[in-house]
Every structure is written in C-alpha cells, then in structure tokens.
Design a protein around this ligand. Structure first.
Ligand SMILES: [Zn+2]
Ligand SMILES: [Zn+2]
Length: 378
C-alpha cells in the first residue's frame, strides 16, 4: 500500500494516555469524530460515533467496528504514554482498535478504490457488554443499513500480526447469576432456633459443581463459577441471609439455557430441603458471538492477501464480546490479531502492565482497507 500509515503510533499513544470508562468516553468520542471529519467522512454522533465513507454508485455497504472504552485498572507501566487518569487504563487494546480503524478511514478516504459505503462504527462500553445494544437501540442499522459487519480484537500470546478466526462460534456467552437465600438468623450457640443460610449456601455451591461435571456433556466447554458468598453473619450470629453470586460461560445457547434451568432447580431443591426461601436471578450480558460463513471466508482471504499469517479454524475464545449483538443482527466476522508474546505486548488482556503492540497498527489498517476493497468492489 502506498499510503503512509507510519505515524499511527502517536495517535494510539494519545488514546492510551487519556483512557475513559464505558459510556464516559466523551473525550475519546470527540477525538474520533473530529478525525473522521478531518478525513472527509460524514459523521453521526450518538452513544457512539458512526462515520460514513461513500464511493462509486453501488448501494452496498459494510460495517467495520472498533470499541472505545478502557477499564477500571490502575496502570503499572512506566512508559512515556502511561495513563494520565489514575485507576483507568486501556488494558484491552481498544486504543489500538480505534487507531487501526481510523488509519483505514484515512487511507480509504485518500484512495477510495471501492464502490458502496464503508460504515465505521466506534462503539462505547464493550467491557460491560452494553455499548452495542445501546447503538442498536439508536437504530444505527436501520439508519445506516449494512450487509456485513467485521471487528478485530488483539490477542496477546499469539504471534505478532497473526490473524485467527473461525466459522461459527468464536466467543462464548457470559451470564451473571445471584442466588439469595432467606432463612432465619440466630445466636451461634443455639443453631436449632434458626435457619443458617451459610450451611445451606455451602451445599448449593457444592451442588452447582455438578452442572458442568455431571449434567452437560464432557467437553462442552462451559464454566459455572461462584465468585462471591456474602452473608449477614457475625462472629456469634448465624446468618439468616446469604447471597451467592457468580459467572457462567457457555459455547452455545442450549447449554446456556440448560445451565440457567439447573441453577434454578438445584437452588430451589436445596432451599425446599431446608425450609428456606430462595430467589434466583440470572441474566445474560453477552450472548455467544457467531461468525457467518461468507464474511469469515472474506476475512481469511484478505488476511492472506495482506500477507498475514492466517489461522482459519482457531479454537473458540472463552472470553465474551459485545460484537455478538451486531453479528446477530447482520452476518459478521470477529477476527483476532496476534499482539505478540513478549514484554507488555504478551501480558494477558486486562493485566495492569499490558500494552497494545504498535507494530499492528499499519497491519490492521491495511487489513481493514483491503477488506473494504474486497467486499465493495468497483
Ligand atoms: Zn476487555
Ligand atoms: Zn477488548
């Protein structure tokens, strides 16, 4: 490509220095919108930012998504572009995702060898799984109809610039549950006078382990974790109430629905056995991300054309992605881009010393650009 994408690291580092949490991305959104306008795109601002780049006569359109939010983590790194906001950092590489997509917007505006509309979608609040839904609620797909949608996420631990993806399920769902036990608190010396919520809760925690071990098929790849056990007990008071909170990952919707049913059944059964009330709350924040065949084939073809090492059939990721909501509405493809395995680039996502690899910026921008040329041919 004859476009100069070499100065993208300054932009990435500027985003890195000024991280903002989900739905508070005010400065980030303003910067994204102003750059898109500077490149000549038509810009629409709402909860996120949408940039439209039209070329030729075709009324075909595709969407390219980047996420803008940072995480509530205090950055431990010492580099010159460390977060200026204590307790907030770009620990998931969304600074890099925005920069690659902005680089592509600039490159495509300068060299629009395509026919149709490239729709650049910068979404807020990916981390809590709320941003895509908020943009869909603003009817972006009705206002800016697209035939396909794509997203890139960096992947520490994978070789620099390696593109990996797969048809079908690419990221698991995430659901949260809370089991509230309502018994009777009492003096710890007279347990017979109450209904101790702690022993009942402990029994539930044990029994919940049988969902993965005995109720789903081996190799289902699902996870059920109780992560919090809160009671109103004290040193000499047996608790009357307890709350068990936890997190569920599933690789398909049937397992997710079955897990919810089993959590309700087990909790209710144990509560009945002990004569206490129980209330179960289960909600799915992230649905499974499913890659459609045609966009996935296109992404693999383009990655190969750019000369990137390509893995077309990777194992699904256990993390969850808000992109799932877009990919449910229109055929989509979510690809992972290797961030390297050394130093801060090789630290896990969400680690306080993780850093997006600047070497990916021109590669990602070129991938995006060539994807538009491939999907919206002249
Ligand atoms: Zn993240
Ligand atoms: Zn992320």
């Amino acid at each position: 490509m004859n476009l100069d994408l070499s100065n993208l690291s300054d932009l990435r580092r500027a985003f890195h220095k000024a991280p903002e949490l989900g739905f508070k991305e005010t400065g980030t959104k303003a910067k994204v919108a102003s750059l898109l306008r500077e490149y000549g795109l038509e810009v629409h601002e709402g909860v996120g930012v949408v940039g439209l780049l039209r070329s030729g006569n075709s009324n075909r359109a595709i969407g390219l998504r980047a996420d803008m939010d940072a995480l509530p983590i205090h950055e431990a790194s010492q580099h010159s572009y460390v977060s200026k906001t204590p307790g907030v950092m770009h620990a998931c590489g969304h600074d890099g995702h925005m920069t690659m997509l902005l680089g592509a917007a600039k490159a495509l505006a300068l060299d629009p060898r395509f026919s149709g509309t490239a729709v650049f979608i910068f979404q807020p609040n990916e981390e809590l799984g709320l941003g895509a839904k908020a943009m869909l609620k603003e009817k972006i797909l009705e206002r800016f109809p697209i035939e396909e949608i794509y997203a890139i996420h960096n992947l520490p631990g994978a070789p620099v610039g390696q593109i990996s993806t797969r048809k079908g399920l690419i990221c698991s769902s995430e659901s949260l549950f809370e089991i509230s036990i309502n018994g009777q608190g009492c003096h710890s010396s007279m347990p017979q006078t109450g209904q101790d919520a702690i022993t009942i809760g402990a029994e539930m925690i044990q029994a919940l382990q049988t969902i993965i071990a005995r109720k789903l098929s081996p190799g289902a790849g699902a996870v059920v974790s109780v992560t919090e056990f809160l009671t109103d007990g004290q040193r000499n008071i047996l608790p009357g109430t307890a709350a068990l909170k936890g997190d569920v990952r599933a690789l398909n919707s049937k397992d997710r629905i079955d897990i919810e049913t089993f959590i309700r059944q087990i909790s209710k059964g144990i509560a009945i056995a002990h004569g206490v009330d129980v209330n179960v709350n289960f909600r799915t924040e992230f649905i499974e991300t499913i890659n459609a065949d045609v966009p996935t084939e296109a992404a693999i073809r383009v990655a190969q054309a750019v000369g990137l090492d390509t893995v077309p059939d990777r194992t699904p990721m256990n993390f969850s992605e808000d992109f799932a909501h877009f990919a449910t509405a229109v055929p989509g493809c979510f690809v992972l881009l290797g961030n390297g395995d050394t130093g801060p680039n090789g630290q896990p996502l969400h680690a306080n010393n993780y850093d997006f690899n600047d070497a990916l910026l021109p590669l990602g921008a070129e991938f995006w650009t060539k994807l538009v040329y491939d999907r919206l041919p002249m």
